[in-house]
Design a protein around this ligand. Sequence first.
Ligand code: GRF
Length: 211
Amino acid sequence: MLAGAMSGRLVVLASGSGSNLQALLDHGDPLEVVRVVVDRPEVGAVDRAAAAGVGAAMVDVAAYDERTAWERELLAAVAAGEPDLVVLAGFMRLLGPEVVGRWPMINVHPSLLPAFPGPRAVEQALAHGVKVTGATVHFVDEGVDTGPIVAQQAVAVEADDTVASLHARIQPVEHALLPQCAVWQVQQRLRVDGRHVYTPTDAAAVTDRRR
Ligand code: GRF
């Protein structure tokens, strides 16, 4: 992206139904989803991409004996979109340094990290008996949901929640948080200092306290 152009090309990686992809597609300007990459066949995200007229590439993890070969293909599929930002929107695979280091990359996760990283976060939160969980958007590093946190929002756990009912309340939160963080990133409004990410919201809070 040209500095100051204030919009960005997004390549979105998905493994699931693609509701977070849909939120990015629906957001529109300044987010331009140019390509979707999935890691297995019959992923709902592919249909959503097609409906939006966005090209989708499938790099089927099952078709590769070696992880490095799969990752090389994945890298090529992402690079073909010439992204300003790569978004993991329900993408259920770890990525190595060549992919992670090459572009700014964010992920959405259905818990308040660092609690309950990895798959089945909603199930783990319920089993642990927490009263509050939520959604996190974070920069991606090579760990499992360990990168610097951009934004989080809490969701209360109800006594009669099931995994499905709790996830159903977390998802709309994700659908707002993820595009917001993507916009901040493509507009170069995030400042990263080690593990700390400062958003325009944080900056406003600091200004308020100084008044
Ligand atoms: C989301 O809850 C996301 O946080 C998690 O996987 C789910 C994907 O949902 N990593 P969708 O495919 O975007 O509907």
